[in-house]
Ligand binder design. Structure first.
Ligand SMILES: [Fe+2]
Length: 222
């Protein structure tokens, strides 16, 4: 983790717009002087940053539960990072995650890099949303195809929310209406076997369990 770098105070006269979100609503202030005309602050909130590339997941002999991927938790949600790692080491382990319904949370996954490229309907930059209670998991052939795989190079971020999400018009505008049908066997008859990766295709990352309500951790299957 790294703290913010020191920034010199900005001594400038405005006006400057300041928007504050409170109680789910945005409030608008107009300041005469720049809000960063200070040399420090007091209180319990302290900004910091951490790169996903510095996240070290837990791996094991058998399939690890989803919470091993959890990086942060907040009020009503958790953030999990699926990063390059070894799969489970037992000779009879199944790297691909199992099918699941994560009834306690909605799962949003962002696919940044990795083997999900061969997954149906998913490519770099894709988002997937698996609402709580909707069954999902590896595509046909992905579980069998994962056997013997030793590691994954996937990079994906998942946000699991404990309250249902509602889609904006912008999200609906980019929806892939065929995604829900990507699990149909006839979509996989050409022998193109998806990788076992994060979630549907099969990354072990998202193994399918709903995060639990404390900090639960989810699985990228979102
Ligand atoms: Fe999932």
């Amino acid at each position: 983790m790294r703290p913010p770098t020191r920034q010199e105070a900005i001594d400038a006269e405005g006006p400057f717009d300041l928007r504050i979100k409170k109680g789910g609503k945005l409030h608008h202030y107009q300041l005469r002087y720049h809000p960063f005309d200070v040399v420090g602050w007091d209180g319990h909130m302290y900004p910091y940053a951490i790169s996903i590339h510095d996240f070290e997941p837990i791996t094991g002999l058998i399939h690890m539960p989803p919470p091993v991927h959890q990086m942060f938790e907040g009020s009503g949600f958790v953030v999990c990072s699926f990063v390059p790692r070894m799969f489970s080491y037992h000779p009879r382990s199944v790297p691909a995650p199992y099918n699941h319904s994560n009834i306690d949370s909605d799962e949003v996954l962002f696919y940044a890099e990795g083997e999900f490229m061969s997954r149906r309907g998913i490519s770099r930059g894709s988002f997937s949303l698996h609402p709580g209670g909707i069954p999902h998991g590896p595509h046909p052939g992905a579980t069998e195809g994962s056997l013997g795989k030793e590691r994954t190079e996937e990079l994906a971020v998942m946000v699991d929310t404990f309250r249902s999400l509602r889609l904006t018009e912008n999200a609906l505008a980019v929806e892939d209406p065929d995604y829900a049908y990507s699990w149909l066997p006839e979509r996989h008859e050409d022998g193109d076997v998806p990788d076992a990766g994060v979630h549907g295709g099969g990354s072990p990352a998202g193994d399918g369990q709903a995060p639990q309500r404390e900090p639960e951790a989810p699985e990228p299957s979102a």
